[in-house]
Design a protein around this ligand. Structure first.
Ligand code: CTP
Length: 423
């Protein structure tokens, strides 16, 4: 229906980007294909297919599919149609843009010009495997437009950038390249690796680590890429590759995936598996917090702010050093379990995990650090779940008048239970 609507207006319509790549990959692997995100580009034979063509087509499609929600993004004259849990499409996001070319306006009704504007649109993209288009309108509907060798690179399992400045223009493409490489089991092609290293060495991360107000769009994209990576099954391999390329510097120039951080991340995973089976925490976000927590205390809150993390994450990272000192100083004075509970229950689960991770790696030589981790583990597995043997209703039945003393009695009962005096 979209191609008919475009054709009626004398425009060409193309499927571009990730959906074409995934279709070709699925074809080869004969695997399952689940495309939830479709990018369409409209290109015209004549001048009327101006920058508003994508929006016009989206509006026409919304008339045909009233269940779809229409969003128009003014700045780039692109539109999106969104089906959310619709019986026809389940969830589907369709972006519709007009072919972007540097040379407006171009001569009318010239097929070569038409081809060259979709070519330019594709040339602005990140990797050859993401820069192919499938023509949806006739004549030659179904034809693959592959100007930059994307199909060969798919076959050779290579991530190849389209132009030398790509990573300088958009450093988040480094993260995208790593994500695709690890996700598909591809290699980043050697020249592309060189361009990445060149971009890093020329300090491209200055732009991603600058204060939020100066480069908010870039930081939003970096956060989106980090989310993609840190919520995927392959997140550890992706971090390793980012570190090999020096690209963790885009988070902060001092961030390195050293032995200690690897160990901390392993501990984090054990904690998440054991204490958050219901997934009440946002796992990608706490993994990101763990990376930021590895930085020196003075950088943490600023990096979290730049990446636009939620307020509670920023507060946690800001308070981590102080909370850690409080726990490590007070713990040796806790002789009884109830005292440990008293100390630790002021912190929520993510903070306790960060505190446990934060204790030095030299756990075998540093008795205090290993005791701290053991106590936190013990608290989370056992002590935090202990309940006093009576509750408010029991106290009522025993004849106690409801009031503030209830809290005191229940606390005393809990203390006695924890310390093994009753129960
Ligand atoms: N793109 C780009 N540079 C970026 C982001 C996106 O060139 N920094 C282009 C690529 O051609 C990409 C397309 O925009 O294929 C759509 O981007 P996006 O939806 O973010 O990624 P997909 O390639 O569709 O990958 P995924 O399957 O992960 O969504």
């Amino acid at each position: 229906k979209a191609s008919l609507a475009a054709q009626k207006r004398g425009w060409h319509l193309y499927l571009v980007g990730g959906a074409v790549r995934d279709l070709l990959l699925a074809d080869k692997a004969a695997g399952n294909l689940m495309i939830k995100d479709i990018d369409l580009v409209v290109d015209g034979f004549h001048k009327s297919a101006d920058v508003g063509a994508g929006v016009e087509l989206a509006k026409a499609l919304q008339q045909i599919y009233p269940a779809a929600r229409l969003e128009i993004h003014g700045a780039f004259q692109t539109a999106a149609l969104l089906w959310h849990k619709d019986p026809e499409f389940d969830s589907l996001w369709v972006d519709i843009a007009t072919a972007r070319t540097e040379f407006y306006p171009y001569p009318a009704a010239n097929p070569e010009v038409e081809a060259s504007s979709i070519r330019q649109d594709l040339y602005r993209r990140d990797f050859t495997i993401n820069a192919m288009a499938l023509r949806l309108t006739s004549p030659r509907a179904g034809e693959l437009l592959d100007f930059f060798g994307g199909l060969l690179d798919l076959q050779a399992k290579q991530i190849r950038v389209l132009h030398a400045n790509s990573f300088i223009e958009d450093p988040t493409r480094i993260y995208r390249g790593v994500r695709f490489a690890v996700r598909f089991g591809f290699e980043i092609e050697p020249q592309t690796k060189e361009y990445i290293r060149y971009a890093i060495n020329s300090g491209v991360y200055d732009r991603t680590t600058q204060e939020n107000s100066r480069t908010p769009a870039l930081q939003t994209r970096l956060k989106a890429e980090l989310k993609h990576i840190l919520e995927a099954l392959y997140w550890k391999s992706a971090l390793q590759l980012l570190d090999d390329l020096g690209a963790l510097q885009c988070i902060h120039p001092t961030l390195k995936l050293d032995r200690e951080l690897l160990w901390q991340l392993r501990l984090l995973e054990r904690c998440l598996q054991r204490f958050d089976q219901q997934q009440t925490l946002v796992h990608w976000q706490i993994r990101l917090e763990a990376l930021i927590a590895h930085l020196a205390p003075e950088y943490r809150a600023k990096v979290a702010q730049n990446l636009q993390l939620p307020e509670d994450s920023i507060a946690r990272l800001k308070n981590l050093a102080q909370s850690f000192s409080q726990v490590i100083e007070s713990l040796p004075n806790c002789q009884r379990p109830s005292q440990v509970v008293q100390l630790l229950r002021q912190f929520n689960l993510p903070m306790l995990i960060l505190i446990a991770m934060h204790s030095p790696l030299c756990l075998t030589t540093n008795g205090c650090a290993s005791t701290l981790r053991r106590q936190i583990w013990h608290y989370l597995t056992i002590w935090a779940n202990v309940q006093p043997i009576l509750n408010g209703n029991d106290l009522k039945k025993l004849g106690y008048k409801p009031g503030p003393q209830y809290r005191q009695i229940l606390d005393d009962l809990l203390t006695a239970t924890l310390d093994g005096l009753i129960g």
